[in-house]
Ligand binder design. Structure first.
Ligand code: SF4
Ligand code: SF4
Length: 420
């Protein structure tokens, strides 16, 4: 698709501004009622989904072209999808997130690429990771001493963060060992393991993503992969949704789904009490964007030349079917742990600030978004903020709330490990 293919949608946006807040019936306080980090940070309509539709239409109609400010607006969307969920409360099948992504793609196609993005993409092409400066030959080092199953059908897909970061790599090892000792016949792709490319897609580099994704799909076929398990929410979304669109037909699970199964059936038993009051952050790409892909091949029609409809009915991704209960089940199953919820949770969760490659693209926006979430987490009285994504964890680490206070940040795997 191209930006011009979104004209009907751009024109159909009613400027109602629902996309600026979590759905009104979910609002618990004015302080935590907003949902779009980009728009709130910039305090400017064009940064919200509504303004992006207007900007996209103006670009298609040739009313203006990109300048550095407009390119910045296009790329300063965190791909969190909160606008998409809120828009669908009042508008059936308007797709603000797909449009935000296409706007980024269009900006890229018109040559608006930052030096930092170029470095990431060069690394992706050469070293098969979007983490610039990392080498392909070092990717599998963390996994060398693990006794992977020989006849595996379940494959561990750690993602770049867990593969290269020394601290996180230790965590990847922990997860793999927990699953192996629970009897899971777990394998690893070894030298065929590579970046999922999700970040490239989220930044608008669709062609580069497609190339990397197709190479990975080929590798999965070569290894006879039936199930993939990943601890990274970004990888999860890429594999479950974006790869499925490209024909990948395997079961994709996040580690929390697998662990929840093993805890529920009694295979994993907790032996230690953990005295913590925790609040759980739903990663955007595991929560509202973690819904299963539904193939759709229909067409758009108009009833009485007025009302837009789709035949057959289109899938409606509104976040309802994301992964929410599994991490909460795990937390609640740990002896001693008390779970207290933030105001914006599940499909209405506020982003961590790392989505859409924002740590590199707009670090100020990325940090401010994290700080907002820390403020919300601290308002619960929790002593620990738990998440299930290395990007969220890294963006929260060291971030402080509006009063300069921090909070202990933990991956759910570390919490599980404390209780085993
Ligand atoms: S909620 Fe949807 S229809 Fe309303 S202004 Fe936002 S994008 Fe437009
Ligand atoms: S995806 Fe998130 S950051 Fe981007 S416009 Fe929507 S709510 Fe704002």
């Amino acid at each position: 698709m191209a930006l011009k293919d979104f004209v009907a949608m751009q024109e159909r946006c009613s400027n109602c501004s629902f996309c600026k807040w979590i759905p009104f019936d979910k609002i618990k306080s004015n302080r935590f009622s907003e949902n779009c980090p980009a728009g709130v940070w910039a305090n400017w309509n064009t940064y919200f989904a509504r303004g992006r539709f207007q900007m996209g239409l103006a670009l298609v109609n040739g009313e203006f072209d990109y300048n550095s400010e407009r390119a910045d607006i296009a790329r300063s969307c965190l791909d969190c999808g909160a606008c998409d969920v809120s828009c669908k409360v009042c508008r059936y099948n308007l797709e603000p997130l797909a449009h935000n992504r296409e706007l980024k793609h269009d900006a890229v196609e018109h040559g608006n690429v930052l030096a930092v993005q170029k470095k990431m993409l060069d690394s992706y092409a050469k070293e098969h990771t979007l983490l610039a400066g990392k080498k392909k030959e070092d990717r599998a080092k963390w996994a060398e001493k693990i006794a992977w199953a020989k006849d595996a059908e379940v494959f561990f897909f750690p993602g770049c963060k867990y593969s290269y970061d020394r601290k996180l790599a230790a965590k990847a090892k922990d997860i793999a060992e927990i699953l192996l000792s629970a009897g899971v016949k777990l394998g690893y792709l070894g030298k065929d393991d590579a970046c999922c490319g999700g970040r490239a897609y989220q930044m608008g580099f669709f062609d580069e993503f497609a190339k990397g994704a197709d190479a990975n799909i080929k590798a999965f076929k070569k290894h006879g992969v039936k199930t993939i398990v990943t601890p990274c929410s970004d990888c999860y979304h890429a594999l479950k949704r974006l790869y499925a669109e490209r024909g990948l037909d395997v079961e994709v699970l996040h580690v929390v789904e697998y662990l929840d199964r093993l805890i529920q059936d009694g295979t994993i038993k907790f032996t230690r009490t953990v005295n913590r009051t925790v609040t759980y952050h739903d990663p955007c790409h595991l929560g509202r964007q973690g819904e299963p892909y539904e193939a759709w091949n229909g067409t758009e029609k108009k009833i009485l030349n007025q009302i837009h409809t789709w035949e057959p009915r289109r899938p409606r991704y509104n976040g309802r079917l994301g992964i929410y209960e599994e991490p909460r089940n795990i937390i609640k199953a740990i002896p001693g742990v008390r779970l207290v919820e933030m105001e914006r949770i599940k499909e209405y969760a506020w982003c961590c600030g790392a989505g859409g490659g924002m740590q590199a693209v707009n670090p100020e926006l990325s940090k401010w978004t994290a700080s907002e979430r820390i403020t919300e987490a601290n308002a619960t009285g929790a002593d620990t903020l738990v998440t299930a994504c290395p990007w969220c964890e890294s963006n929260f680490a060291g971030a402080v709330d509006e009063n300069g206070r921090t909070i202990n940040v933990m991956d759910i795997i570390d919490l599980v490990k404390e209780a085993l």
